[in-house]
Ligand binder design. Structure first.
Ligand code: ADP
Ligand code: MG
Length: 605
């Protein structure tokens, strides 16, 4: 059900990016100003430093006059000290600003995602959400925080250095400012062509590898159908294409490097030639010329930097759009004013004509469902996949609210209760998300922080988990591995049952508690499950009919509606859908090749 939006992305306008994300930087706006001042100071200091160099040449070296040297030397030392302090402060401050921004925005994002309805996960791939929280958030940061001070520093360097060369020799500055951009544009053209070619080379390499991998991984198939010649031809075509790209790139490179050298040389020669002429006419000093060339050579990098600032802005705009999509995911509505805190205790659960249609769906996922479950009852919900079972479960936990009809706990409409008290009433054993990364103990106390070790062990014993947990290398402290990979399916299930037992909630929701378990594991969890259900109001969702045989009431769902209801025996006797499913499942079990006995039904004791 991974439906992700595929509409073309144009990115968010800069004004919107600012409006949405400035608030995460705003609390430190005073410090941001300081950081901008520091960023402005650095090109200013650099300008002075190069100017000092002119003074050394013109006033110390050329006149061979040592008199001024101590002053110049002291200025150099002073300047370097000031630069060191400013650079250090700038680095600390800008790192602090950008990292705080990242922490605040990411935390806000995760906080938001904690409150979206569960159906969100059906619409987004996990990897996609993760790349939004990591990559796209950094793109926004580069633009809004670190990018701004970099841009300020680069613009000022352009301005200061241009002013400096005009001050040194206006005529020469005029020549340089006309000539240099011309050369610069030419070299940029070459550079762009070369970049296109190198992108093409990468693409070709990728294609060649993919082709190789495909051929080798399907080798048995290729040989069996004698398609080797065609595969070789296909691979050769890819290899030829890569060869042509490599050659084109080499050709361009062999022309590019010398041409670029020539261009740069020509540019420099025009400036130096004019400079020499002015020098001869006494309109320029040696130090002036040297400083001039230094300023000029340092004009390139900020100009190029401003080009990359544009790229940063584009990727921030694209990233911002993807992050805003997450931030704009509607959250579950907050508790109503005056919502009741339901006391914990045995509770009667009642669905009254409950209907829910997912946003964008044309037919309801659950339609007009009514049933009542009292303490001690087990209501089983069965049906083909897509029948609406999980939707029903989400409605029970208030992960979704009904469009019409009412879900009641002890007579209260769930929407009139605080969400926290609804969740405190309901313990769940989910099929897929059984375990969190952490120790066995962490997993058992997950819903009951602060439970004592004795309580944990009691729950584990009741769930038939104590023995295998004790046998683990670090007992209850053993890490279960990511998603519980170090435990078998049945063991993970028993840990999940221990968690629900410890939580000791009056209403129990089991979603497919035995799916994916082998026959022996199903038998192994049967006892603990029965233990867990005793005395509680239980709703169990399953498509394994053995699991639900002993339920008080079985609801058979089809396309969102309850089409049959009753006890197992009633339903089998009625000879409807359920009876058909039951016969089919029996027949299947009977055909098991190794003649294993059908599993003991898991249900209520
Ligand atoms: P079951 O658990 O019985 O397999 P579900 O309750 O998951 O059924 O789904 C019932 C129907 O609702 C299906 O048609 C399914 O495609 C649709 N559905 C489920 N989740 C979503 C969702 N998040 N958004 C839109 N439609 C959904
Ligand atoms: Mg389901």
């Amino acid at each position: 059900m991974a439906r992700t939006a595929t509409r073309p992305r144009t990115g968010l306008p800069v004004r919107e990016v600012l409006r949405r994300f400035w608030p995460y930087a705003a609390p430190r706006r005073g410090w941001m100003l300081v950081s901008l001042l520091l960023a402005a100071l650095s090109p200013a200091l650099l300008s002075v430093e190069i100017w000092l160099f002119k003074v050394v040449v013109d006033d110390v070296l050329v006149p061979r006059d040592f008199g001024l040297f101590p002053v110049v030397a002291a200025s150099y030392v002073g300047l370097t000290l000031v630069q060191a302090v400013c650079d250090g402060a700038d680095r600390m401050l800008s790192t602090w600003l950008s990292q705080r921004f990242l922490v605040d925005l990411r935390t806000a994002l995760l906080d938001h995602l904690q409150r979206v309805p569960l159906e969100f996960l059906g619409r987004h791939r996990l990897g996609d959400v993760m790349s939004r929280v990591s990559g796209d958030v950094s793109a926004i940061e580069s633009f809004l925080v670190s990018g701004t001070s970099r841009a300020v520093s680069q613009v000022l360097q352009l301005v200061f250095f241009s002013v400096a060369i005009v001050l040194i020799q206006p005529l020469l500055a005029g020549v340089a400012l006309v000539v240099t951009p011309l050369f610069w544009v030419t070299s940029r053209w070459f550079a762009r062509r070369l970049k296109e070619l190198s992108r093409e080379r990468q693409r070709r390499s990728g294609a060649l590898n993919a082709s190789l991998e495909q051929t080798l991984s399907t080798l048995p198939l290729v040989q069996a159908y004698d398609q080797g010649a065609r595969e070789v031809q296909r691979y050769a075509a890819e290899a030829e294409a890569k060869y042509r790209t490599e050659m084109a790139s080499a050709r361009l490179r062999s022309v590019y490097a010398p041409t670029l050298d020539l261009i740069e040389l020509a540019g420099a020669l025009v400036v130096i030639g004019t400079g020499a002429w002015l020098l001869a006419r006494g309109e320029l000093t040696v130090g002036g010329l040297l400083a001039f060339l230094t300023y000029l050579s340092r004009l390139y990098s900020p100009a190029r930097g401003l080009g990359s600032a544009v790229t940063t802005a584009f990727s921030a705009a694209a990233g911002a759009e993807r992050v805003v999509e997450l931030l704009d995911e509607p959250t579950l509505p907050p508790d109503r004013p005056g919502a009741v805190d339901l006391h914990r205790g045995p509770a009667e659960l009642r669905f009254e004509g409950v209907t829910h249609t997912y946003a964008g769906a044309s037919v309801p996922a659950v339609q007009g469902v009514s049933f009542t479950a009292r303490p001690g009852d087990v209501v089983a919900v069965v049906g083909a996949s897509g029948a609406g079972k999980s939707t029903l479960a989400a409605l029970l936990m208030r992960g979704l609210d009904p469009d019409s009809g009412t879900v009641r706990l002890d007579g209260h409409d769930l929407r009139d209760l605080t969400r926290a008290s609804v969740r405190a009433q309901v313990a769940v054993v989910l099929q897929e998300t059984l375990l969190v990364d952490g120790s066995v103990r962490d997993n058992i106390v997950f819903g009951t922080p602060g439970a004592s070790d004795a309580d944990v062990e009691r729950a584990a014993r009741a769930a038939d988990a104590h023995d295998f947990v004790s046998a683990l290398p670090q007992g209850y402290g053993t890490p279960v591995g990511e998603r519980g990979r170090r435990l078998s399916g049945g063991q993970a299930q028993r840990v999940a049952i221990a968690r629900a037992l410890l939580r000791d909630a009056p209403v129990l929701l089991l979603d497919e508690p035995t799916t994916g378990l082998d026959v022996l594991s199903v038998q192994r969890v049967a006892g603990p499950l029965r233990h867990l259900m005793a005395g509680r109001t239980t709703v169990v969702v399953s498509h394994d009919l053995d699991t639900v045989r002993d339920a008080t009431t079985i609801l058979v769902m089809d396309a969102g509606r309850v089409v049959e209801r009753g006890s197992h025996d009633d339903l089998v006797a009625a000879g409807g859908t359920y009876a058909g499913l039951w016969r089919a499942q029996r027949a299947e079990a009977g055909r098991e090749p190794d003649g294993l006995p059908t599993p003991t039904p898991v249900g209520v004791g």
